[in-house]
Write a protein that binds this ligand. Structure first.
Ligand code: CUA
Length: 311
């Protein structure tokens, strides 16, 4: 799936403000560049040495010029300062003690997405209601990561031992792709995330579905998969609500089949790709925390069948 990540199509008030400031500063820089280049070229041509000419007149100190080149940059910096503060007000508003809608925790190399009020956990995909600002509490479980969804605005670091707060908002429904923007180890490049902005009705339905406990599988192979999930090492790292699996070293899998990607964006979530991932996660995303278990083909198809029921 190709998704536009360009910063030149902002989709939130914050991203629009940042792009506007960027445009203004680029224009200022271009003007200064043109003026400096123009004056330099003029001087080089107008005052070049001519044959037979001696040493030119030397000028020491020029009060009016010195006032000009002190006042002009100071005024420009003040203007830039005012524009920057105005942008900051939009991009980084005061939270005023509002509780975060979701807690986002960076892990090597995936994102844990916790909705404390709704009472569920998912991974690598954030759903938000369109047009409504949502507060995110940003955490890290290990090293410094950085949240960045270019079309939705600013970046923010996820720092171990510290909570940062970010206001996320999207103007239009859609899928907005983001990535970790702070080098955090081997699979930093595959620490992607998606923000899925939905209409309030769709968002409420999604929350309800995620909060529900998935019904146990009915089909034989999937039932076998559910059993093997608990017997194999899967339960040591993953949680599936409504079962004995309660660990949280790896992503919560309660509704894994409802997600768009696997391995924090490295694969689209399809049956073939899930099989590929479980066959050898280290071949798909080398260095990630999920070991290569060399599952038997019976276990493999049973686990895939089971996980695919977790909608
Ligand atoms: Cu996490 Cu780069």
């Amino acid at each position: 799936m190709s998704i536009d990540t360009s910063i030149f199509g902002p989709a939130s008030p914050g991203a629009e403000a940042i792009l506007r400031l960027f445009g203004t500063l680029t224009l200022f820089s271009a003007l200064i560049f043109a003026i400096v280049l123009g004056v330099t070229l003029y001087s080089v041509i107008r005052f070049r040495a001519k044959p037979g000419q001696g040493e030119p007149r030397q000028v020491f100190g020029h009060t009016r010029l010195e006032i000009l080149w002190t006042v002009a940059p100071t005024a420009l910096i003040l203007v830039i300062g005012v524009l920057s503060f105005n942008t900051l007000r939009v991009v980084d508003p005061a939270r005023d003690g509002q509780p975060p809608e979701l807690i986002l925790t960076g892990h090597q190399w995936w994102w844990e997405v916790r909705y404390p009020q709704a009472g569920f956990v998912t991974a690598n995909e954030i759903h938000i209601p369109v047009g409504q600002p949502v507060w995110i509490q940003l955490e890290s479980a290990d090293v410094i990561h950085d949240f960045w969804v270019p079309k939705l605005g600013r970046k923010m670091d996820a720092v171990p031992g510290r909570s940062n707060y970010l206001r996320l908002e999207a103007d239009a429904p859609g899928v907005y792709v983001g990535a970790c923007a702070e080098f955090c180890g081997m699979q930093h490049a595959w620490m992607r995330l998606r923000v899925i902005a939905q209409t309030p009705g769709e968002y409420a339905a999604w929350q309800q579905a995620q909060a529900a406990i998935p019904p146990p599988p009915t089909e034989t192979v999937a039932l076998q998969g559910a059993k093997r999930f608990q017997e194999l090492t899967c339960v040591n790292c993953h949680a599936i609500r409504g079962t004995g699996a309660q660990a949280n070293a790896g992503p919560d899998l309660t509704h894994i089949a409802s997600r768009q990607t696997l391995g924090a964006g490295v694969l689209d979530n399809t049956t073939a790709n899930l099989t590929k991932w479980l066959t050898n996660p280290q071949a798909v995303k080398p260095g990630n925390q999920m070991p290569h278990f060399s599952l038997s083909s019976t276990d493999l198809s049973a686990l895939v069948a089971y996980l695919e029921t977790l909608r």
